[in-house]
Design a protein around this ligand. Structure first.
Ligand code: DC
Length: 222
């Protein structure tokens, strides 16, 4: 079990996917589950403040993950492909809001633990090492400066043909960081036994290599 936690734009998604692939492990993109709850709630016409409604969605939504031919993630909600729809800034902001609802987090807890199947799991999120998989063999807390994270998100969106202002993105990232790290339930914090890696000046390949060294050390020590 490898837990990779950190704020948005720290590179967790890319790094987790590549580490899982290199080790032949399953991948849990827990952020996608919160994005799915936000999107499904929006589509069902729920008010953002409807905690019970969102918790019910979290408990019952029909979700399937797959891998595209290029290795990227595919996500289906009730049989409809929503791979792109959950990646919008709107879905990210809704996700951050529903993620502060305790009943939503409780409803997603068992769902997340079911991903832990042999030979192993790389779990990507905010509370993988602190709450969902506290016994993970390796816990990595991946960070990067807020400026670098805004630049990365900006480039990602630009590559998709979306023209979003960098200043607006920086503001949104700062707001989301604050909400994620100050909420009462499962705030974004490094586990006491996590290894913090700052990816600001590292390529994704360098971070992956570092995590794989740590993972192999831990696996060999088992
Ligand atoms: O990693 P991401 O950007 O896809 O996550 C979207 C939101 O979901 C993020 O703002 C915080 C929330 N989240 C969470 O609270 N706990 C997790 N384990 C993963 C994501």
């Amino acid at each position: 079990m490898i837990a990779i936690d950190g704020p948005s734009g720290s590179g967790k998604g890319t790094v987790s996917r590549q580490v899982a692939e290199a080790l032949g492990f399953q991948l849990l993109d827990s952020g996608a589950l919160y994005r799915l709850v936000g999107l499904a709630g929006l589509r069902a016409g729920l008010e953002p403040a409807d905690e019970a409604g969102h918790a019910a969605i979290a408990a019952t939504m029909d979700v399937r993950f797959g891998t595209a031919a290029d290795g990227g993630e595919q996500v289906w909600l009730a049989g409809e492909e929503v791979t792109e729809a959950i990646r919008t800034e709107l879905a990210g902001n809704l996700a951050s809001k529903v993620a502060s609802v305790a009943a939503v987090r409780t409803a997603l807890l068992e769902r997340q633990r079911r991903f832990a199947t042999p030979p192993g799991l790389v779990a990507d999120g905010r509370d993988m090492g602190t709450v969902i998989f506290p016994a993970a063999r390796l816990k990595v807390f991946l960070t990067a400066s807020p400026e670098e994270r805004a630049l990365r998100r900006h480039k990602q969106l630009k590559d998709k043909g979306l023209n979003v202002s960098l200043a607006g993105l920086s503001r949104e990232i700062a707001e989301r960081d604050l909400r994620d790290s100050t909420r009462a339930v499962s705030p974004l914090v490094a586990a006491a036994d996590a290894i913090t890696l700052d990816s600001t000046r590292l390529t994704p390949a360098a971070v992956v290599a570092r995590v794989l060294v740590l993972a192999r050390e831990r696996l060999a020590g088992s």
